[in-house]
Design a protein around this ligand. Structure first.
Ligand code: CUK
Ligand code: CUA
Length: 758
């Protein structure tokens, strides 16, 4: 009793003096000015060390031309996927294999090294995210990229053969047979000849492209892709039908006035003329039928690409228009595929259209008019399910796991509205900061939305973050949607361009690899012709072409010296021989503007012209082991016809005592290795593939010491203490790498509950 009291008194005294201040939750709240609500939000987003996020988000990187990958709910950034823009860390655009991908995106023979990425889409099976592929569009230069989610690398870029800009992509059909890409600003489709703006209505056209995706090849099949010619209405966002509406697609438009601005000639500007009418047009397309028409040869070839012309589409009954309120933006099909929600930027309403009613009007031939190109127009009242007034500037809609519940972004109000689209009533609203564009719920555009969280992709951050100059970061805000009321949880600044759309998938659906099959060209998924195995490294010289077939393994680049003559064209293929997870090596040569990231198993090529005589160090750019800094070599660019005069490298002054000391170090380190091996083999390490890979690599390293023992012993017999000591030292280097891996394996086993085996 007495002792208890003493302890309490001592504790109180310490708290009073502040010694334990930071240990109490109350004190942290007080010191940092946090409310109960803040703590709740923190607890809902905090992911402790070693734990992982439940969802993975792929956000467009906007003008960065990349994709940003982050976890939900922690909002921790996991990766930037290089897509349309060179990215040095990944070697994207600095090694030959990735340059070949960027080259696919050339237009009119020109490199385009940036992109304006807008809408990522995850591949789907039966309308559900399957986690295999990601697609993303480039609005500025009409292109689509394919990213393989086995390695999160860009594999393909395709250039739209007939558009000059695009926006309404990428969205996938329920089984990812097709990826949609709709034009934005109308232009002549052939783009061979100049047409003045005075011929806008006659010569300028919009359209929508259906890219055929070959899932087995993991690539878009350009030959089997096709487009539909559309009026010059500035086609905007699109979506594919699903369930009952599978086989159909929907594309919005704005500026169906076909207004051409001309402020230079005293004409009112685009913004006035493009929003003058009360309605624009929703394009309704029977794409399955369109694909059949293409197969039946009813398309016209434009720039070598199949295009179904408008008159064919009208005659075959595959294209219809429906008026939609002022300057619509998003069109989003409900998870059950029965309804589509259209938001009009300049209207307070969202309009919910019924696919069933649209079909009934088409079957009955009930059209209110034709547009100037002869396309039948279904009356809005014949297609509407309901209209709901949500607020100012509705843009995009996402769906909840709870039936009939949708979320719509309100750009002007800086709010998210939660509403019921079956009954047409508003359920809740929350303010966001500020001016939200897209919003995204977990798997919220699939047939099985995941609910739980919503991310508001805000256009402005204004006062949310520490100021960093006039260009602010973007603000992605995480919102808890699990209850009746939405709760704001977290602000994430994103400083890499203006993201538009994002998609989020349950993390357990992603199954990325941790290494490549040794010798893989990751950009083609095929065996790299420059790949070699350990011991097969070589340098081949033919005329003025020098080709190096090298390898990388901790902490060694083979070869260590590359000798060329000035003017030679140098090609270096490097294979990473590691099997252990996360053992990436990088490679660069001083001043040759080249860099490669070589993950375990990958083979990468760098190429340059050695145009200036001199000495150029090369090294590994990833801190891969304790001897990382020693992972180095020299490119020697010699004058033509140069002959050596000196044949020996400078020697150190090693003694027998040095040699003996090194041998002692080798014996001590071996004892450490033996104890680690004894631990690893005493537990069920074979049940842990990560550990098996580390153990394999460790024994590889240790195996290399065998050939070295006779070398140092032979040198010692000749009293060549220099070589005796250095070959023994090299044994120690391999031991250090073995021990490094072994200790990591041991830690991994201890932390992951390895069990004793007898
Ligand atoms: S767009 Cu940017 S807010 Cu490109 Cu989908 Cu609507
Ligand atoms: Cu390999 Cu540093």
């Amino acid at each position: 009793m007495q002792r208890w009291r003493l302890a309490t008194v001592a504790g109180a005294a310490l708290i009073a003096t502040g010694a334990f201040a930071s240990d109490s939750l109350q004190d942290v709240m007080k010191n940092r000015g946090l409310s109960q609500q803040d703590l709740l939000a923190a607890a809902k987003t905090y992911v402790p060390t070693g734990k992982r996020d439940e969802f993975v988000t792929f956000s467009s990187g906007g003008q960065s031309g990349q994709v940003i990958v982050y976890g939900v709910p922690s909002m921790r950034i996991l990766k930037y996927v290089a897509v349309f823009t060179p990215e040095p860390w990944q070697g994207y655009g600095y090694d030959e294999n990735s340059k070949a991908v960027l080259k696919q995106g050339r237009i009119d023979g020109k490199d385009i090294t940036w992109g304006d990425t807008h809408h990522p889409a995850i591949s789907e099976t039966n309308g559900e995210y399957d986690g295999q592929f990601l697609f993303i569009n480039d609005k500025a230069n009409p292109r689509i990229a394919v990213i393989d989610l086995r390695d999160f690398e860009t594999k393909q870029i395709v250039v739209n053969p007939i558009f000059k800009s695009e926006h309404g992509g990428t969205f996938v059909s329920p089984n990812t047979d097709y990826i949609i890409e709709a034009a934005q600003y109308a232009a002549p489709l052939e783009n061979k000849k100049f047409y003045p703006l005075e011929e806008f209505n006659e010569k300028y056209r919009g359209g929508v492209t259906y890219w055929k995706f070959d899932r087995k090849a993991g690539r878009i099949d350009e030959k089997k892709s096709f487009s539909l010619e559309l009026p010059p209405y500035s086609q905007d966002l699109s979506d594919f039908g699903k369930g009952p509406s599978d086989g159909w697609s929907f594309t919005n438009s704005f500026c169906s006035e076909r207004y051409v601005g001309g402020i230079e000639k005293g004409r009112p500007p685009y913004e006035a003329g493009c929003s003058a009418k009360d309605t624009d047009y929703l394009h309704v397309v029977n794409w399955k039928r369109a694909a059949e028409l293409v197969a039946a040869g009813k398309a016209k070839k434009i720039n070598g690409h199949d295009v179904i012309m408008m008159d064919t589409a009208i005659k075959e009954g595959i294209l219809f228009l429906i008026p939609e309120p002022k300057s619509p933006h998003g069109v989003d099909v409900t998870p059950d595929g029965k309804l589509l929600v259209v938001a009009g930027k300049l209207d307070t309403h969202v309009s919910v259209y019924s696919f069933e009613k649209i079909q009934a009007a088409i079957k009955a031939g009930k059209f209110e008019s034709k547009d100037p190109y002869g396309i039948p127009v279904i009356a809005m009242k014949d297609a509407l399910h309901t209209q709901v007034s949500l607020g100012l500037g509705p843009l995009h809609t996402q769906y909840d796991s709870k039936s009939c519940v949708a979320y719509t972004s309100l750009y002007v109000d800086s709010q998210v509205a939660k509403w019921n689209y079956c009954e047409g009533k508003v359920l809740d609203k929350i303010s966001v900061h500020y001016n939200i564009g897209h919003l995204m719920a977990m798997e919220g555009d699939s047939t099985k939305p995941g609910g739980k969280y919503l991310v508001a992709l805000n256009k402005l951050a204004i006062d949310r973050f520490v100021p960093v100059g006039p260009l602010h970061p973007q603000n992605h805000q995480l919102i808890d949607i699990s209850g009746d009321k939405m709760q704001l949880l977290y602000d994430m600044p994103l400083p890499l361009g203006e993201p538009h759309y994002a998609v989020s998938i349950a993390a357990n659906k992603l199954k990325p690899a941790v290494r490549y099959k040794v010798g893989t060209d990751s950009r083609t998924d095929e065996k790299h012709p420059g790949a070699v195995k350990a011991g097969e490294e070589k340098t081949v010289k033919k005329g003025n072409k020098v080709e190096v077939f090298g390898t990388l393994i901790r902490s060694h680049i083979t070869p260590e010296t590359i000798e060329v003559e000035v003017g030679d064209e140098v090609t270096i293929h490097l294979t990473n021989l590691e099997r252990a997870q996360d053992e990436t090596h990088g490679f660069t040569v001083s001043t040759y503007n080249t860099h490669a990231s070589i993950e375990p198993g990958k083979t990468v090529t760098v190429k340059f012209k050695a145009d200036k005589e001199g000495v150029y160090p090369y090294y590994c750019t990833e801190f891969c082991s304790a001897l990382h800094l020693e992972m180095q070599g020299y490119l020697l660019v010699k004058p033509k016809g140069w002959k050596p005069t000196k044949t020996n490298l400078a020697a150190g002054n090693y003694t027998e005592a040095d040699y003996k000391a090194t041998l002692k170090k080798v014996a001590d380190t071996q004892a450490v290795i033996d104890s680690v091996v004894a631990y690893i083999t005493s537990v069920n390490y074979k049940d842990f593939p990560e550990v098996v890979a580390m153990v394999d690599d460790a024994f590889d390293q240790l195996g290399k010491t065998k050939d070295l023992k006779p070398k140092h012993e032979a040198a010692a017999a000749k009293k060549d203490w220099e070589n005796a000591n250095l070959w023994a030292e090299q044994i120690w280097q391999y031991q250090v790498k073995t021990a490094d891996l072994g200790l990591r394996a041991k830690t991994f086993l201890e932390q992951n509950g390895a069990k004793k085996v007898k």
